[in-house]
Design a protein around this ligand. Structure first.
Ligand code: ZN
Length: 894
């Protein structure tokens, strides 16, 4: 485990004059060794002591997952000695050193104060360089020390404020390591090994990541010689330190943490994200806190407790205390305010007062309060500068931010803070969306649930058997003719169509669907709002219960589910073989009279209104539904009509439709066709219209672009429909189908997703419109609002490319292959079989047509595909709706 970074080379300069420092400010001189070690000398021969502070710019922020607490544990292990200094306690005692170490988010430091003698100077430099490079740790030492560290851990957890702080910071920084407490995680700590400790040390304890500060009584020239002699020969590893990339996205609303514990008094606390310590706002925010608290806030853990009637009223605070602190760390910062409460009081009122006082103070803070606060902070900094020991320690903080000189820069910034700066930063950082609130309740009986270590109970599988194996399904070749040969088609005298595919299925399940389609002459008289509620109401809980009562013994036999379709509605049934006929009988009852209740109606209406309102603010549904209605009702009008619907309207709709619609029934699964036909004859007959089905007429739509602005929406949707005068029977239909697939695969997708990542959610389909001589190309794609115009441009380009670039043989064959695959997909599962069966039956087709289509797709010529693409797939004839923060979209040409 010992890794020697020591190399016995002779340092370049050993003797001579004190070299020129790289930089010097107010008695602090900076030097740098060739291996990157930074040296800060603050000599003062008027005092008897010397303080040496070794700062490593690595702390808990740098800990990997599963090793939370390792930086602090290593700090402890740094006192375990080396081959040269096997007994650290003895060295300390012998020389009269006073030694301390600490670990924080951004740094670890080792501070020693001693009588300022030559011998001490030489010994401490030798000692620090030696343990920096040659630390030796055994597993038994690690196990021993771990007890002490775990004890520190439980001590920290005993203080309500510490526990609350830990959880609030964790809530404020869900990703960044600032959210993980330096003290670490007990589970992680107990699994840290000598090897992982050594790996962490070698990664971060490198000369270019360390600074040594000497302050007090010493000879600068001799000190530099000593440092060069001992630290100068350590080699800095060549490998680069790990890259830190994790940041938290800006907070977008208040967060609240509640802790209940047995000890202490109730606590209310606030935490706001703030700037990093090197940021210029940090000084003004520090002055704000000082003015608010009427005291000097300490950095980091140095905190001041006080009571201030200006902040919260005494009758709420009672004998409690307030304190605050500001932490400007290397990458981020935060401001915290805490208040303890009298025992037995509730912390919420204090929290509310603390919030109000803090967030309102920006308006009321006076010039005089700012002046006083500045005087206090500057006085504290001045006294640090005068006490060399505390100054040497203070420098660790600014060094951990990247440069000790920030101490002086910060002092200047504090001097220049104006009351307007204080107001500005307060408004910027201290507001609701940036706030984490904390409440600690002292509770007499806290209940905790400890989750056990997961274990798979392998012994429980001994002799484990299912009661009976699930029956296995039957394989039908996924080819149209093979499937069609098994389909049982039937027509009732009145024209009602039934298509049944009896086959063995997994678990003997039967899937069935009854579809009702509305005549175009029924559509206008039907209230579309009422129709949108009807299918769910027909299969409502009460309706099912009523039908169950009429068909005794039919509890829990299967499911019935109603949903709306483009031109009507459908009811889907799923049940096991043995219950299927009973389910059909139940369906008959559901369709014989309305069995749903007014309560169910009201509840469904509320749900639908809420869903429509929500969709009206989401780009995709908004654009999609606007386009589907193509100029009929706006989503708002739809909402209004939905809200105005009464229970009587729905009953009316039910009665109007009975005897006036067209229906089909399809089923896939384990059943006896004759028995099924007998059962469905009745409901179908009751609802079926005597007239021939009149589909809605062709779409006559003008190409145009509609923009639907949703302020502040990060995402946007492009929805476009293109109507082409090519129906399923048109001679160009097959060529168009292939051209569409070529365009989608080779022209559209590379432009919007594959190559540029503009849009990863898109759908695209070409669909013949039943009963018309038209087909529709529907394209939906989402993107970031700012990139909407870019997306629109890319889509347009994909269409134009059909004119500018010839379709290649490869493009054609891949498109044909894909179409053949999607054709087979229709037959791959019982559910997709059901949908395909429903679709073809409603269009008076059989799967023989699918087979013909596949053959024709294979035979279509490149020239025909090319021509069809150019004649029909035209961007400028597309009806387009874009929704999102359209105003924020950036023009790709600019
Ligand atoms: Zn410790």
């Amino acid at each position: 485990m010992l890794f020697i970074t020591c190399l016995l080379t002779i340092p370049a300069r050993l003797a001579g004059e004190t070299p020129e420092p790289a930089c010097e400010i107010e008695g602090v001189s900076e030097y740098q060794l060739d291996n990157g070690l930074k040296v800060l000398l603050v000599p003062d021969s008027s005092i008897p002591t010397l303080t040496v502070n070794l700062i490593i710019r690595a702390g808990s922020r740098h800990e990997p997952y599963g090793q939370k607490g390792i930086a602090h544990l290593l700090e402890h292990m740094m006192f375990k000695g080396t081959a040269t200094y096997p007994d650290v306690r003895n060295v300390i005692r012998r020389n009269g050193w006073s030694m301390q170490a600490s670990t924080w988010n951004d740094f670890t430091n080792y501070e020693t104060t001693m009588p300022g003698t030559r011998e001490n100077l030489e010994e401490i430099i030798h000692f620090e360089a030696d343990r920096f490079a040659n630390l030796r740790v055994t597993s038994s030492q690690l196990i021993e020390e771990l007890k002490i560290v775990l004890n520190e851990n439980s001590n920290a957890k005993a203080s309500p404020e510490n526990v609350l702080t830990e959880q609030m910071i964790s809530a404020a920084f869900p990703w960044h390591n600032y959210g993980r407490a330096t003290i670490g995680n007990q589970g992680d700590l107990s699994k840290i090994t000598v090897d992982s400790l050594e790996a962490f040390r070698q990664t971060h304890y490198r000369t270019d990541n360390a600074t040594i500060v000497l302050a007090g009584r010493f000879e600068p020239k001799r000190a530099l010689e000593n440092i060069r002699a001992h630290f100068g020969r350590l080699m800095c590893p060549e490998r680069v330190p790990p890259i830190e990339s994790t940041i938290d996205p800006p907070q977008t609303g208040e967060r609240r943490v509640t802790v209940r514990g047995m000890t202490g008094k109730p606590v209310a606390a606030l935490l706001y994200h703030g700037p990093a310590g090197a940021h210029e706002d940090f000084a003004a925010l520090e002055i704000f806190l000082s003015a608010l608290m009427d005291a000097t806030p300490g950095y980091l853990w140095a905190q001041e407790r006080f009571r201030s009637a200006a902040v919260v009223s005494p009758d709420i605070l009672g004998d409690g205390q307030l304190w605050g602190r500001i932490s400007g760390l290397k990458q981020r910062g935060f401001v915290e305010l805490y208040g303890t409460m009298p025992t037995d009081s509730a912390p919420e009122p204090l929290l509310n007062e603390l919030i109000a006082a803090t967030e309102r103070f920006a308006e009321s803070v006076t010039r005089e309060q700012v002046r006083t606060a500045k005087r206090r902070v500057l006085a504290r900094m001045q006294s640090q500068l005068l006490d060399l020991r505390s100054f040497a320690v203070e420098l660790r903080y600014w060094e951990s931010l990247g440069d000790w000189r920030l101490y002086f820069l910060h002092r200047d910034r504090v001097k220049n803070v104006h009351v307007d700066d204080v107001r500005r930063v307060a408004k910027r950082y201290l507001h609701r969306n940036n706030r984490t609130e904390g409440l600690y309740f002292a509770s007499s009986e806290p209940v905790v649930t400890t989750i056990q270590e997961p274990q798979v109970p392998t012994e429980s599988f001994d002799g484990f058997r299912r009661e009976s194996a699930v029956s296995v399904g039957e394989w039908i070749e996924p080819e149209p003719l093979a499937v069609e040969s098994r389909v049982n088609r039937h027509s009732f005298p009145n024209g009602v169509k039934v298509a049944l595919l009896p086959k063995r299925t997994r678990g003997s399940m039967v899937h069935a669907r009854l579809t009702f389609r509305l005549d175009s002459n029924v559509m206008p008289v039907t209230d579309t709002g009422a129709l949108s509620l009807l299918p769910k109401l027909i299969t409502s809980t009460n309706a099912k219960a009523t039908s169950r009562r009429r068909v005794p013994g039919s509890v829990g036999l299967g499911t019935t589910f109603g949903s709306n379709t483009d031109d009507g509605f459908s009811i889907t049934i799923r049940s096991e073989k043995e219950h299927f006929l009973v389910m059909l009988e139940r369906l008959n009852h559901l369709l014989s009279e309305p069995c749903f209740t007014q309560d169910e109606f009201e509840s469904l209406k509320r749900t639908n209104v809420a869903s429509l309102e929500r969709r009206s603010r989401l780009p995709y549904p908004l654009a999609d539904e606007h386009l589907r209605r193509s100029g009929a009702k706006s989503i708002q009008e739809e909402l209004d009509s939905l809200k105005s619907i009464t229970f009587a309207d729905v009953l009316d709709c039910y009665r109007q439709l009975t005897g006036n619609v067209h229906g089909e029934f399809v089923a896939v699964g384990d059943f006896e066709p004759k028995a099924v036909i007998a059962k469905v004859a009745l409901p179908l007959d009751r609802w079926q219209s005597e007239h021939k089905f009149q589909p809605s007429s062709s779409h006559q739509v003008e190409s145009e672009t509609t923009e639907l602005q949703i302020d502040g929406s990060p995402s946007a949707c492009f929805a476009g429909d293109l109507y082409v005068q090519v129906g399923r029977d048109h001679p160009d239909y097959v060529a168009l189908l292939v051209a569409h697939r070529v365009w989608m695969l080779h022209r559209l997708i590379p432009r919007i997703s594959q190559d540029v990542g503009l849009s990863y959610y898109y759908s695209n389909a070409l669909q013949p419109l039943p009963g018309t001589d038209q087909s529709r190309v529907s394209l939906r794609a989402t993107c970031d609002s700012v990139r909407l115009l870019e997306l629109k441009r890319a889509i347009a380009d994909s269409f134009f490319s059909l004119h500018s670039t010839d379709i290649t043989v490869d493009e054609l064959s891949l498109a044909k292959e894909q179409l053949a695959n999607s054709a087979r997909m229709k037959f791959w599962s019982d559910k997709s079989l059901l949908s395909s069966l429903a679709e073809s039956t409603s269009e008076n087709r059989s799967f023989v047509d699918d087979s013909n289509l596949t053959r024709r797709i294979n035979e279509v010529a490149l020239a025909d595909v090319q021509r069809a693409g150019q004649s029909y797939l035209k961007f400028d004839q597309m009806v387009i709706v874009v929704a999102g923060d359209v105003a924020s979209a950036a023009d790709p040409d600019q």
